[in-house]
Design a binder for this molecule. Structure first.
Ligand code: NAD
Length: 490
């Protein structure tokens, strides 16, 4: 880029806007452009302050290292100017600046900048204005951090919290981040609990409809930090309308979920759950426990995203022929992984095992229904570790009764929210479909536990804490790394 362009860019910034032609000409001779690769540093905390700078392209993060670890202070984007304080106060850099994207930064060496400052009243005035603005912003930030409510209340309300959530989230407490744990789920009756918190952290069965979002907005909540991948339980349009950001954990361990799908498949096929009970009762008979070799059989993976891919690779390892269906197929990946991409109809017709890994969307609700079950292979094993709403439970029961479905492994159930994650052993089960499913000896139901590994819980807590720190540090909504974008209106 030509130096004139650099000066033109600088001249449009408020700091330099008042310079006359002579001062601009001098500025032109001072500017040096630096290209930064993503991940590289402009300077590190403690380095001597030798230049003032303006970001011309890309984004940089300012991170301060404290006793409690690194804290994201802000993200600088094109037009942001930095290093002004250290032009008038002799001190080293107070933070580390690292490029988040390929970035271009214009720098002016300190002695040259001071020369210009001393000789140009317009620059001195603009400098005072810029520094005053900075002081005002910092004062507001500090006041909000030190406010009585903030001191008394940790910023994050974690709903539907279990002991294992607490264990992993507590590892991230410090530097203004703290959690209050509520066993209750977030919903219309519990939204009052969010009062005084800037962030709520719900899970899969919390219910954030429009009325709950309105309640959160009224209580000053600015961020919904979902500690799961799916976001079908949040009214995103309402959140957008109330200026509340939504973030999620896009991937915490696809392996955990895929491996649980395999656990269900192996247990059902080899009837391990029945063998275990028999042997405990002193019954060592093998009658009724015949399974089949997975090797050489055909598996159908519906939804070839992160989890579907992990599962497909495991099943290829078993020596299965693996069919996959995804409306947005990655043909190169499928070919390299040894998978056959196909239509949903063909997959259902040909597969001995069908595993669901697509998200729950209006278009995938009851993807597995009576009509589709009728087209599946007699005796097919159906595994659902994705979302309960993908399967019409009544149709599944009919399929199991007729033998069309040979076995079902369900980690999710459409109406799970009244039961899953809770000890309901002292009450009767009022849900007739769930109760009927539980009676089949060829059905294994687990309580939405596919994600429950140390690795996944650690990743969930770390990603969620990182998103919350970004928010607390003042990142703009569209700069939150794991933001769930609002729905498009067309
Ligand atoms: P992902 O976004 O990486 O992959 C989803 C895939 O489904 C994408 O490739 C998408 O193109 C595809 N898809 C969309 N519509 C489809 C359709 N109509 N038919 C077939 N495929 C379709 O998501 P992921 O991380 O692999 O997770 C998959 C699902 O697993 C999530 O939506 C979530 O509901 C569920 N999940 C469950 C648990 C658990 O503990 N049981 C944990 C994490 C995720």
């Amino acid at each position: 880029m030509a130096p004139e362009t650099n000066t033109t860019f600088l001249a449009e910034l408020p700091l330099f806007a008042g310079l006359d032609a002579a001062a601009r000409a001098r500025l032109e001779s001072m500017v040096e452009a630096r290209e930064l690769a993503a991940g590289s540093y402009l300077f590190r905390q403690g380095d001597p302050s030798t230049f003032v700078f303006a970001v011309q392209a890309g984004r940089l993060e300012a991170v301060a290292e404290g006793d409690g670890g690194p804290t994201l202070l802000r993200v600088l984007s094109p037009g942001d100017v930095g290093g002004l304080t250290s032009m008038v106060v002799a001190k080293g850099r107070s933070a580390t600046l690292r490029a988040l994207d390929p970035a271009r930064v214009l720098t002016i060496p300190k002695p040259r900048f001071l020369e210009l400052l001393h000789s140009t009243p317009a620059l001195a005035e603009a400098m005072i204005a810029a520094l005053s603005d900075k002081v005002r912003t910092k004062t507001v930030q500090v006041a909000s951090l030190l406010g009585a409510e903030a001191r008394a209340t940790p910023p994050v309300a974690v709903f539907d919290a279990k002991p294992y959530d607490r264990d992993f989230f507590e590892l991230h407490v410090g530097d203004g981040l703290g959690f209050r744990y509520f066993e209750a789920r977030l919903g219309p009756d519990t939204v009052e609990l969010a009062k005084g918190h800037r962030v709520v952290c719900p899970f899969v069965n919390d219910h954030l409809d429009r009325s709950v979002i309105e309640g959160l907005a009224a209580h000053g909540v600015g961020l919904i930090a979902l500690r799961c991948a799916g976001y079908n339980n949040v009214d995103l349009a309402a959140a957008e309308a109330h200026g509340i950001s939504v973030v999620r954990v896009p991937a915490y361990s696809p392996h955990a979920v895929a491996e649980h799908a395999v656990a269900l498949l192996l247990a059902l096929n080899r009837k391990t759950h029945r063998a275990y009970n028999r042997v405990r009762e002193g019954n060592f008979s093998l009658a009724g426990l015949v399974g089949f070799d997975l090797h050489g059989r055909t598996a159908g993976v519906i939804g070839l995203g992160k989890i579907g891919r992990c599962l497909a690779e495991i099943l290829v390892g078993f020596g299965m022929r693996v069919l996959a269906h995804d409306p947005y197929p990655d043909e190169t990946y499928a070919r390299d992984a040894g998978l056959e991409l196909t239509t949903l109809d063909e997959l259902l017709k040909a597969s001995d095992v069908v595993s669901l890994h697509s998200p729950l969307l209006p278009s995938t609700h009851h993807l597995i229904n009576a009509a589709r079950i009728a087209t599946m292979k007699q005796g097919v094993v159906l595994i659902n570790t994705s979302r309960g709403g993908l399967v019409d439970a009544a149709a599944l029961i009919d399929g199991l009764k007729s033998g069309q479905i040979g076995a079902a492994g369900l980690d999710v159930y459409e109406e799970e929210s009244d039961y899953f994650f809770q000890d309901r052993s002292d009450r009767v089960i009022a849900d007739d479909l769930l109760a009927r499913l539980m009676t089949f000896n060829n059905v294994i139901i687990t309580s939405h536990q596919a994600f429950l590994t140390e690795e996944a819980l650690g990743n969930i807590a770390a990603t969620t804490a990182g998103s919350i720190r970004e928010f607390l540090a003042g990142r703009r909504r569209d700069e939150l790394t794991h933001r769930v974008p609002p729905p498009t209106t067309n």
